[in-house]
Design a protein around this ligand. Structure first.
Ligand code: 26W
Length: 822
């Protein structure tokens, strides 16, 4: 064979190949004839891991040596997605890995596909945390992501007879090559019990928390690489275990069953991710989970301070701690407890440090998603923290009374304790009072926070409030997910955009270049062919890659209005049936997303979509114009195949309900046009890409409030809209349920009688916008031009920009360069 450069003894390809075979033998204990795909995946994963360990150690060394100021990002969820491909991209080894695998007769894509993604999050909030730690590493910011190592992540969704059925997510089944356990840094966490008070010799009062149980938190670390730099930060996830001391005590009493049971109870704390999104369930275990990981993380920070000889009163100088929603808000009370009870600091000093330490990000305006814990439950799990919260509250309300003399209504509204009816601890209020910075995740959302949910807090502390519009990482969502587009873009403007996404602007002139447009279109077509293959395999439906791919993927929720799209599809179907010669742009509607297992209406919406698909896809009169598919188990992995193949991005939430959205950004970057409402970050996307390149419809947030305030009557809209009446009547009469008029009754009744998310009010406007979409799509040159402009103008939505703003405005932290490896 000819000796090219890749055959040189120390070419990267060759070294990868050797390391890979080494791991296949010594780590997996296999030779090729017996190896499974999983063995091959694991051998490659270990090969890559070896290459990042050097960076990981250098980074830790550099941070320790400098005693660097560090961001601690506290989040109950990190929806990371598969690591292997991403690490290859960041290390600059992707092409070498592909080559070395193919030399062994293996296909890199097949191996990448073997990785079970760590689905340790529900949706937007968890995926945002993952994009943020990616950007922190790329921007070389010292940072740790702290969370929970759930044994079972978000459930696996299957469809049975068109219904969602949940399966447990056994992501650790074959082991996890990306993590290292650090048992030497385990910490103990107390739970339950009661408190006692006593005075020491000097008359000083001490509080002792006597728990009724303790659990051990064991940290598991995953390296998070920056893009083409030497930084490898850490994602530190806590696993709950039974403390050994406890085992001994029970064994000595001869209670074997009791000891085993205690082990089971302890490990329950990190057993499973709660699959609820935007809806709180007041479960004791959930509060214990939150406290568990927050206490572990704060204790870990204190340990780090100690090893670096940082005095306790400099806590806020060493760490900037960000609360990803209120799930970790108990941290405010826990840091107070650690500083005062366990380190004898005076209250005022501890409180000053605590407030300077925390920042709080709110991710939702939905009232049912705001966390409040029944007082009795809270006291059972965290008796000492309840006392601390009472003390914080007493001092805080004194301040409110002083500022707003005589305004007791305001005091009641702002209290950390809700006392009208059943009593609750309000976690958002605790987060606000205990933080120096509060932010929303898109401009509109941050405004609504100030005017509505947190109005009183904004009036009291306007300077604490700010906006940090969300972003997503272009490494995973373009470079990894869309290699074809990446090559085309880099060929035109170089590779700088992967780190500085604003450089995509340089693509604007190419929107007018017919050659570039043809290349752009061909890539979209190829991505659509790939997705069509997936759809054929998973759904058994053949879709046409030349039809418009109209995509809505996100959690299923009434406020996100997947059913608005469903109603409109039925409207189109009805038009085609009554007028078979109707000119219509052929469309493939693709849905994906999980419903919370206990959210009955969301599950019924899935059933409605699959039912429409069953009827439409097999009706010869329309099947050339309309296809409807529901892709099961929407996940990061599946998202990576879906966003690059979309022509149209559906972002159709009721205005004022979607805090930001981040899928909207992934679509736009990959060249999809958006049909959307004036909600969340849609507004900023439209502003960036230009109103003429965005399909806007629907009421504004202000109009929604007005319409509802004036006594919204959905029936009026039904009376005024013949097509909508036909749509509702088809569903009612069982057209999509084999004559069963009962199946969708709850959904239809809810719409006709209440329609809490104003689908009927927006129906006509949505249908009109779709008409404009259909017309625009038929002019494929112009559509391509708009598609290119959407990508070219999406630079603002890189999470690098978002993180740079957090660093500057909230965390006050600087980059630390890790020197070239020795
Ligand atoms: C306790 C139940 C629960 C669980 C998760 C309540 C609320 C949540 C999250 C805050 C829900 C969530 O993921 N919100 C989404 O956050 C994204 C990132 O900021 C935004 O882009 C989405 O608009 C918002 O819905």
């Amino acid at each position: 064979s000819g000796r090219g450069p890749d055959d040189e003894p120390d070419s990267p390809t060759r070294r990868l190949r050797h390391a890979f075979l080494h791991h296949l033998f010594y780590t997996q204990g296999k030779f090729p004839a017996l190896a499974t795909k999983t063995d091959y995946y694991l051998a490659l994963a270990h090969t890559v891991r070896d290459r990042l360990l050097q960076r990981w150690i250098s980074t830790a060394n550099e941070y320790t040596k400098n005693g660097s100021r560090t961001v601690a990002y506290l989040s109950a969820e990190f929806l990371m997605g598969p690591h292997l491909g991403n690490n290859l991209i960041n290390l600059g080894l992707f092409d070498d890995a592909r080559k070395s695998m193919s030399e062994l007769g293996l296909n890199l894509d097949d191996l990448l596909y073997e990785e079970e993604e760590p689905g340790l999050g529900n949706g937007g909030l968890g995926r945002l945390a993952a994009c943020f730690i990616d950007s922190l590493a790329t921007l070389e910011i010292p940072a740790v992501g702290y969370g929970i190592r759930y044994e079972f992540g978000i459930f696996h969704q299957t469809l049975v007879d068109g219904w969602q059925v949940e399966k447990t997510d056994k992501w650790l089944r074959y082991g996890n090559p990306w993590e290292l356990a650090r048992p030497e840094w385990s910490v103990t966490v107390k739970l339950g019990g009661h408190t006692e008070r006593m005075q020491d010799n000097s008359g000083q009062l001490h509080v002792r928390w006597v728990p009724n149980r303790t659990v051990l938190g064991v940290p598991y670390d995953t390296p998070i690489l920056g893009y083409r730099n030497n930084t490898a930060n850490t994602l530190r996830l806590w696993k709950a275990e039974a403390p050994e001391a406890f085992d001994f005590a029970v064994f000595n009493r001869g209670d074997y069953q009791g000891a085993v049971n205690q082990k089971v109870v302890s490990e329950n704390l990190s057993k499973v991710l709660y699959p609820n999104d935007e809806h709180v369930e007041g479960k004791e275990l959930r509060l214990a989970q939150q406290y568990f990981f927050v206490s572990c993380s704060l204790q870990d920070m204190l340990r780090i301070m100690k090893t670096q000889h940082v005095p306790l009163h400099e806590f806020h100088e060493k760490f900037a701690v960000q609360l990803n929603d209120t799930h970790p808000a108990i941290g405010v009370a826990e840091l107070m407890r650690l500083l005062t009870d366990e380190h004898q600091m005076h209250w005022n000093q501890a409180w000053d440090i605590t407030r300077k330490t925390f920042g709080y990000t709110n991710h939702t305006l939905l009232p049912e998603a705001l966390e409040r814990w029944p007082l009795e439950l809270f006291k059972r799990v965290l008796p000492r923290h309840l006392e601390i919260i009472y003390e914080i509250n007493a001092r805080f309300l004194d301040e409110v009374r002083q500022r707003y003399f005589g305004d007791e209504a305001r005091v009641t509204r702002m209290s950390l304790i809700e006392e009208t009816g059943e009593r609750y601890v309000r976690m958002a209020h605790l987060a606000c009072v205990g933080s120096h910075a509060i932010n929303g995740v898109a401009e509109l959302h941050s405004e609504l926070l100030k005017q509505d949910v947190l109005k009183d807090f904004h009036e009291m502390w306007p300077a604490k409030f700010g906006n940090k519009t969300n972003g997503v990482t272009p490494r995973r969502w373009i470079a990894l997910a869309n290699p074809r587009l990446t090559r085309l873009i880099s060929g035109a403007i170089g590779e700088g955009w992967i780190k500085r996404l604003e450089e995509l602007r340089q693509l604007e002139p190419f929107a007018l270049d017919p050659n570039f447009r043809a290349g752009w279109r061909e890539i979209k077509r190829a991505n659509k062919r790939d997705l069509s293959d997936v759809i054929r395999k998973r759904c058994g439906v053949a879709v046409d890659p030349s039809s418009m791919f109209d995509v809505q993927v996100k959690r299923i929720h009434e406020y996100k209005r997947q059913h608005l799209s469903a109603l409109h599809i039925i409207g189109l179907y009805h038009r085609l049936k009554t007028n078979p010669n109707l000119e219509m742009t052929p469309r493939t509607f693709i849905f994906g997303g999980k419903a919370a297992p206990g959210y009955w209406m969301a599950k019924l919406i899935i059933r409605l979509i699959t039912s429409i698909g069953e009827v439409v896809n097999r009706d010869p009169a329309v099947r050339d114009k309309l296809r409807v598919v529901f892709l099961p188990n929407f996940s990061v992995t599946n998202g990576q195949r879906i966003y690059p193949a979309a022509d149209l991005s559906e972002q159709i939430s009721t205005a004022g309900k979607e805090a930001s959205g981040t899928g909207n950004m992934k679509f736009a970057m990959n060249g999809a046009l958006t049909i959307g409402t004036m909600d969340g970050a849609n507004i900023e996307i439209r502003e960036q890409v230009g109103a003429e390149n965005f399909f806007l419809f629907g009421l504004t947030a202000h109009e929604v409030a007005t319409v509802r305030g004036n006594g919204y009557r959905p029936q009026d809209y039904l009376d005024g809209n013949a097509e909508l009446r036909e749509v509702i009547s088809l569903i009612r009469h069982g057209y999509f349920s084999r004559g069963d008029g009962e199946l969708f009754r709850p959904l239809v009744d809810s719409l006709v009688n209440h329609d809490p998310y104003c689908l009927f009010a927006d129906y006509q406007s949505y249908a009109d916008a779709h008409e404009r979409v259909g017309t625009a799509y038929r002019d494929s040159e112009d559509w391509t031009r708009m598609s290119i402009l959407n990508s070219a103008r999406s630079g603002l939505f890189s999470s690098d920009r978002t993180i740079a703003e957090y660093c500057r405005d909230i965390w006050n932290v600087q980059p630390v360069q890790v020197p070239i490896l020795s």
